[in-house]
Design a protein around this ligand. Sequence first.
Ligand SMILES: C[S@@+](CC[C@H](N)C(=O)[O-])C[C@H]1O[C@@H](n2cnc3c(N)ncnc32)[C@H](O)[C@@H]1O
Length: 248
Amino acid sequence: MNRKDKVFEDNDPVVRAFEFNETVAHVFDDMAQRSIPQYKEVQSMVNTLALTFFQEGSRIYDLGCSTGTSIALLLQGLKEHGLEDYFIRGIDNSAPMCREAREKLSALDYDSSRVQIEEKDILDEPIENASVVIMNYTLQFIDPLHREKLIRKIYKGLNHNGVLLVSDKTLQTNTDISRIFVDNYYNMKRRNGYSELEIARKREALENVLIPYPIAEEEQLFRTCGFEAVDLFFTWYNFSSFVCLKKG
Ligand SMILES: C[S@@+](CC[C@H](N)C(=O)[O-])C[C@H]1O[C@@H](n2cnc3c(N)ncnc32)[C@H](O)[C@@H]1O
């Protein structure tokens, strides 16, 4: 089975808005590794931080879990640490992504009653008794009008000393620097085998679908929604990862 991302290889003059459909879900792991800088490293850092803040008996949420990569790593980490009293909810509103996630997890040895992959909208789902909420490259796809409400809901649903871990594409405050960073990002995609056509077509497809915030604005959003401690744990040109701690 060829799992190489060729989604934007065709010459169709019409570029449709990007969707997490069957075609994308099928090749998503390859797409993520070739299009997200240091994808594996960020996953590993998220996993380490999640295990640091996890509280026994609480829930871990992965909002926009896609193919379940973060959850698979978490299951391995929880097992290595001898942690058994957990409940993981992976939520994604793409049915093909949920199918891929279930398939990935089915190859692992774990207590399946402790993990749920649900095809739901993260804007509608309650967050309860959480010590860890992961949002890897998902907030950037949420309509900016709904972001504050979502982050407030997450803050409310986290326990004291719980953590929200967010990774996103971001903007710089200076437009010249932003342009250079974006150029460097496209160079990374070229190095990873994407053609000029594929890069241009995906860029067009993501227009108005993926809406990045400047780093300072995203950080402010977390603070406004109540997070008492907010810091970057990773940054690479136009990509940033935030750790947001609930102290209240
Ligand atoms: C870039 S992918 C996330 C990647 C994944 N977290 C990882 O680390 O590999 C974004 C995911 O968010 C999901 N998504 C976007 N908006 C959503 C919403 N409102 N509710 C649930 N899932 C959503 C998409 O279906 C997609 O699978």
